[in-house]
Ligand binder design. Structure first.
Ligand SMILES: *Cc1c(COP(=O)(O)O)cnc(C)c1O
Length: 363
């Protein structure tokens, strides 16, 4: 099978060096050998999260830790303010509702970043808000939110700031401690260059105070079980051993390049993608573009669903289409993780050619 060039916002391509580790024989997790590796990656993850707080590794997709960030830090009936400017934000609202919280959606026009002052106003008006949920990069719209400014706003209150950085982590800058972010959620299959299956959660001291009084039932994701495990370089349940070994390698790749250089590469490639999209006569969907991915508004008359399908099935390049109300209207391409400039050039070349064919075909 010809390999497809994956430019989707997860899963992203897994580098050869990581794949080689993933192919190694499995080891047992209740062993000194595994504990040493797990302790080591848990420490090194902190350098990617830019935090001194513990970073917990869960087995599950990113949503696992979105759920963990709700159930471990809230009680039934708690109010949470969800910055809702896209599909992933809406997931926070759904999870909060599922566990009996009272989410208030702060609606943000798709394609725009939240105004931190509006969040400040809302928190001033309503002192019962226990948390603010927001995406670093809202992957459905390619919007980057100003987490630094939101960190300042939320730090002045008793609320905690919960940031879904599943796509943005290690692509868009996020300074967890310096910016006062309480919970940061990550996932393995985006800029961390691994297959899906691991979710991460960093927890500040302010957030930790909530855990023992939070009354939402939980078991698999109970933070206290993970803390107990971590004290012994262990996890409560069988970890995804292979992925944790692979993580050691992907962190090594990030360390070798240097996190600052990773941010810069993603920013440069994002600028390149934006320039090319505009040169093709398309507009950018995001008014606050991220370095994680770029969303292009398709020309009138182009069926975006068909475009993505033709590119994937006939030309071996996978872009993501639009979700929800954006279905068929935009395409999204990533520049995070192991995606290189030449991957992007290839993807954009195929995009241009396919758009030309489709517009000729429609005449
Ligand atoms: C991919 C993504 C998720 C969902 O993660 P899963 O691993 O599919 O559970 C959540 N939030 C954002 C911003 C994402 O990009």
């Amino acid at each position: 099978m010809k390999t497809n060039l994956l430019l989707t916002p997860g899963p992203t391509p897994v580098p050869e060096a990581v794949r080689r580790v993933l192919a190694e024989p499995i080891i047992h997790h209740r062993t000194p050998q595994y504990r040493k590796i797990f302790q080591d990656v848990s420490e090194r993850l902190k350098k990617v999260f830019l935090t001194k707080n513990p970073v917990y590794t869960y087995t599950g997709s990113g949503t696992m830790c979105m759920e963990a960030s709700i159930v471990n830090f809230h009680s039934t009936g708690d109010q949470t303010l969800v910055v809702e400017g896209g599909k992933f934000a809406e997931r926070f609202t759904k999870i909060a509702k599922a566990f009996g919280l009272k989410p208030t959606a702060m609606k943000v026009t798709y394609g725009e970043a939240v105004n931190p002052e509006a969040v400040r106003e809302e928190l001033k008006k309503n002192k019962d808000i226990k948390s603010v949920c927001v995406q670093l990069c809202e992957t459905s719209t390619a919007v980057l939110n100003d987490i630094k400014a939101l960190g300042k706003v939320v730090a002045e209150t008793d609320a905690i700031l919960i940031v879904d950085a599943i796509s943005g982590l290690a692509a868009d800058r996020l300074e967890t401690d310096n910016w006062g972010v309480d919970l940061v959620i990550g996932g393995s299959q985006k800029a961390l260059m691994l297959p899906p299956g691991l979710a991460f959660l960093s927890v500040s001291a302010k957030a930790r105070q909530r855990v023992d009084t939070a009354n939402i039932p939980r078991f698999y994701s109970d933070l206290r079980a993970y803390e107990k495990g971590m004290a012994d370089a262990d996890t409560p349940w069988t970890p995804a051993v292979g992925l944790v070994l692979g993580l050691g390698k992907s962190l090594e790749l990030i360390e070798q390049e240097g996190l600052e250089n990773v941010f810069k590469r993603c920013a440069d490639n994002a600028a390149f993608a934006r320039e090319k999209v505009k040169a093709m006569g398309m507009e950018l969907f995001s008014k606050a573009p991220s370095s994680t991915l770029t969303a292009a508004v398709l020309p009138q008359g182009i069926d975006g669903k068909k475009l993505v399908k033709v590119m994937r099935d006939e030309k071996g390049v996978t872009f993501a289409g639009g979700q929800g109300e954006l279905e068929g209207k935009i395409v999204r391409m990533c520049h995070m993780g192991a995606i290189t400039r030449s991957d992007l050039e290839e993807g954009l070349r195929v995009l241009r050619a396919t758009l030309e064919e489709m517009s000729v075909g429609s005449k």
